[in-house]
Design a protein around this ligand. Structure first.
Ligand SMILES: C[S@@+](CC[C@H](N)C(=O)[O-])C[C@H]1O[C@@H](n2cnc3c(N)ncnc32)[C@H](O)[C@@H]1O
Length: 438
């Protein structure tokens, strides 16, 4: 029997953090001590129940979203133990993972640690996992999948590592139960995740399955849509008070405006999803999930008078955006219009938010035309958005120079392959002029 609380010692190295050089040693030692104490209390209680026994939880997220994810996790009432470049670490149970899965906007996967071990090669992975009591984790009959994050010199195809994990689990279950579980690549059932860097391996229950980064309401993505998790994080990064107008020209499929409406009214991604990997674990009882799910409806806030405006010059984009807003339950909160961005209504005399995500030449758009568009965005913000905070999300800093205004903040983000910035402009009203870019 493995007690995950005893196994956090190599975690920092696994996730690329050097505890000594990062000054985390003290916190780390304390965490280990506390874990050992809590583990000792559990020694008499076998077998382990992952729904109620605490272990290390890693919540992964796209690069640069971790600070926003950390904030979300804390707002849900959890203490975090560490935040690293692609995630957050805390301690908790699978029941905690249920709450996290339903509520988080910036996360990708919620992983619950089962075991850490050293593995030189794929055979060592097999041997270590053959010993694990998978019959306590995976139901009979059942379907499971393996995912992994592998960086080991003996492996040039992570599928091979996945295969060895699968073989170990299947062999163990066949020996204990006499039946062979079904397996496959669709993340529709239980999911076991291997993290393996050099000789350090860690095996997790992936409690999410399909990524949480997609929020489930976007039926028609349109051209160059932003990942919902990224859109939510960029809205968090603005100075929006969630009450004043939020104006989103060039809205495309509407992701930014829809995420803004969901954040303001406290609508969580769990409202649109009915299948999670935690539902396919041995011992899963629906009551905890149903309780958390019911809370999602109860916590929605009604905000009469909230103005969210989303426009695009493409009629098709606005059609798609409306359909997505209907699916997200926020169609009545967003005023859509088909128009050039410069014809977008800007509610006057309020400290609103103006947020555009223009094309940036990587996948769409012609650079000469885009230079003109960026320059017009700068003029429009300066002339029509006095008193607002202006935001431009772009992956092309050369084009951004054409805006011609001095950014107050340049907040770093990342799309799948592109280094991006959310540029913030303070747009003064009255006689005070907006500083020019120098
Ligand atoms: C990068 S996409 C926005 C994607 C959006 N954030 C999403 O998640 O779907 C840029 C959008 O700007 C629109 N657009 C480009 N030039 C425009 C203009 N001059 N006025 C209005 N919309 C424009 C395009 O139709 C496209 O939908």
């Amino acid at each position: 029997m493995h007690f995950p609380q005893l196994q956090i010692t190599t975690f920092f190295t696994l996730f690329g953090v050097d505890p000594v050089n990062s000054g985390l040693q003290l916190k780390f030692n304390t965490a280990v001590k506390l874990s050992v104490i809590s583990c000792r209390k559990n020694l008499s209680l076998a077998p382990m129940n992952v729904f109620t026994d605490k272990a290390v939880i890693i919540i992964t997220c796209p690069k640069r979203l971790a600070p926003y994810l950390e904030q979300e996790v804390k707002e849900l009432g959890f203490d975090t133990d560490d935040t690293f470049v692609t995630g957050v670490r805390l301690t908790g149970t699978i029941n905690d993972c249920i709450k996290l899965n339903l509520n988080l906007r910036c996360a990708s996967q919620v992983l619950y640690s089962l075991k850490q071990f050293e593995a030189e090669n794929a055979d060592a992975i097999y041997k270590n996992l053959l010993d694990y009591p998978w019959e306590n984790i995976l139901p009979d009959p059942g379907y499971f999948s393996i995912t992994s994050n592998v960086n080991n010199p003996t492996i040039n195809n992570s599928m091979f590592a996945n295969l060895r994990v699968k073989d170990a689990i299947v062999d163990r279950l066949r020996e204990k139960r006499g039946t062979r579980p079904s397996t496959g690549s669709e993340l529709t059932g239980a999911v076991i995740n291997l993290f393996w860097k050099n000789e350090n391996a860690e095996i997790f229950i992936d409690t999410s399955g399909d990524s949480l980064g997609r929020h489930g309401y976007r039926k028609i993505p349109g051209q160059a849509p932003m990942l919902e998790a990224l859109a939510a994080a960029t809205v968090y990064a603005t100075r929006w008070d969630r009450r004043s107008p939020f104006v989103n020209p060039m809205c495309g499929s509407g992701t930014i405006a829809i995420e803004a409406a969901m954040i303001a009214t406290n609508r969580r991604p769990g409202l649109f999803r009915t299948n999670y990997a935690f539902m396919h674990l041995q011992g899963y009882e629906e009551t905890i999930y149903l309780k958390e799910d019911a809370l999602l409806e109860k916590q929605i806030v009604d905000l009469p008078g909230l103005r969210i405006i989303a426009t695009d010059y493409s009629e098709r984009a606005i059609d798609n955006a409306k359909k997505n807003a209907i699916a997200a339950g926020v169609a009545n909160l967003v005023d859509f219009a088909v128009c050039d961005f410069a014809a977008t209504e800007i509610p006057p005399d309020v400290p609103g938010i103006f947020y555009v995500n223009p094309e940036y030449g990587e996948r769409l758009g012609n650079i000469k035309e885009l230079e003109e568009t960026y320059s017009r965005i700068g003029d429009f913000m300066k002339q029509k958005c006095g008193g607002y905070m202006g935001y431009v999300f772009t992956g092309n800093l050369e084009l951004a120079k054409k805006i011609g205004l001095k950014a107050k903040r340049r907040i770093e983000f990342y799309t799948s392959t592109i280094d991006c910035r959310l540029l913030e402009y303070e747009l003064y009203s009255g006689s005070r002029t907006v500083p020019k870019e120098v």
